[in-house]
Ligand binder design. Structure first.
Ligand SMILES: O=C(O)CCC(=O)C(=O)O
Ligand SMILES: [Fe+2]
Length: 360
């Protein structure tokens, strides 16, 4: 549960670890279409592709926090189930990324097994776009809760994406229109658990560095561990280049994925991130997180959008569908190959039809 009370039940995030400073935006202002807040959002998307979003203050934001709380409770209950039962619903990458991933199913950069488990719920399954997948009883009985989560999370992210349409020279509503609720996609709700570490010398990566594959992600976490590779990090980063993100009560963490980089011709950024052992005393507790990963409909093109925008560099790129992109990237990530295909944040001159230079 991302509220202050829930934070208070966990050891505190230490004050002496290097953290990345992220913008904290107000959903209330974005909901009211505040121009300055939308501008800050676009800037954060170009600079690092990550920002915090405070959800207090509107009925829509408060409802999202309630859904996140419910999702946390269900995450806890799902991961308490017997491993043998969970393994009956095992994910089958790269073709099928839904279902249960046990600790060790994925590789880290050095080939060693990862230390995270997750249950990945498919939006299509929950909304009835595809036949129901077999699932544990706890998922079956909470299908209505998950359905509400998917609907509401998309509503929140649609408001954020609509701040990006205009600066990218697109008609209002373009970016969210690539993820219609009724079309098959890789959109999912991922319920994650990282194991506690056994001793203070037992500190390592839990989930390999990656960029998210879809359009935009909304993450809720309470215990630290998520790390970002700052854009200034060298091409071959050292462990010490990674920076923790401090989890904040009442906030979601938002990050852009590869689709946004491709559509924008590299103007916005899909930043590398990973999960490492939580800092300080937080390493002793189990770390739960809830990630809603919005992806485009399977047949959507990942090519740059022309819209009203002209980007000065104009190299031809081949057509690739969201489905093929996700399959290719997922296969790499599972093997621990974390070199991103396109990360964005390009300093290109971008002219919109009105003749205004927005970024250079
Ligand atoms: O658990 C987290 O904090 C991050 C998870 C993540 O990056 C992902 O599922 O793509
Ligand atoms: Fe991620």
């Amino acid at each position: 549960m991302p509220t202050k009370e829930y934070f208070a039940r966990h050891p505190p995030f230490p004050s002496d670890v290097p953290v990345v400073q992220l913008e904290c935006l107000s959903f209330t202002k974005i909901f009211a279409r505040d121009a300055a807040e939308c501008e800050r959002l676009f800037q954060a998307c170009q600079d690092i592709g990550f920002f915090l979003l405070n959800l207090r203050g509107t009925e829509e934001g408060e409802t999202m926090l309630k859904h996140a709380e419910t999702a946390f409770t269900l995450t806890e209950q799902i991961h308490e189930l017997d491993q043998d039962e969970l393994k009956r619903y095992a994910f089958k990458p790269p073709a099928d990324l839904f279902g249960y991933k046990s600790v060790g199913d994925m590789k880290l950069e050095d080939g060693s097994p990862d230390r995270m488990a997750f249950y990945n719920l498919s939006q299509d399954d929950i909304l009835g776009n595809s036949p129901c997948r077999p699932a544990p009883a706890i998922v079956e009985t909470h299908r209505p809760d998950f359905r509400d989560f998917f609907h509401h999370a998309r509503l929140i992210l649609s408001r954020l994406l609509s701040c990006l349409d205009a600066p990218l020279g697109l008609q209002d509503g373009t970016l969210i229109s690539f993820s219609p609720l009724e079309k098959a996609s890789g959109t999912s709700l991922r319920l994650l658990k990282a194991l506690p570490s056994a001793s203070s010398s037992d500190r390592r990566t839990d989930l390999v560095g990656h960029t998210d594959l879809g359009s935009i992600t909304m993450l809720f976490n309470v215990v630290g561990g998520l790390q970002i590779l700052p854009p200034s990090a060298p091409d071959v980063p050292q462990d010490s280049d990674w920076r923790f993100v401090r989890p904040m009560p009442d906030c979601a963490l938002i990050n852009l994925g590869d689709a946004m980089v491709r559509w924008s011709g590299g103007v916005v950024r899909s930043n590398m991130h990973r999960v490492a052992t939580a800092p300080g005393a937080q390493r002793e507790v189990e770390r739960l997180s809830v990630a809603y990963l919005l992806r485009p409909a399977l047949e959507t093109s990942m090519q740059r959008l022309r819209g009203e925008t002209t980007v000065t560099e104009d190299e031809e790129e081949e057509f690739i569908s969201a489905k093929d992109w996700e399959r290719m990237r997922a296969a790499q990530i599972v093997k621990g190959e974390n070199k991103p295909a396109s990360i964005g944040g390009k300093k290109v001159s971008m002219m919109v039809a009105r003749g205004e230079v927005l970024a250079s």
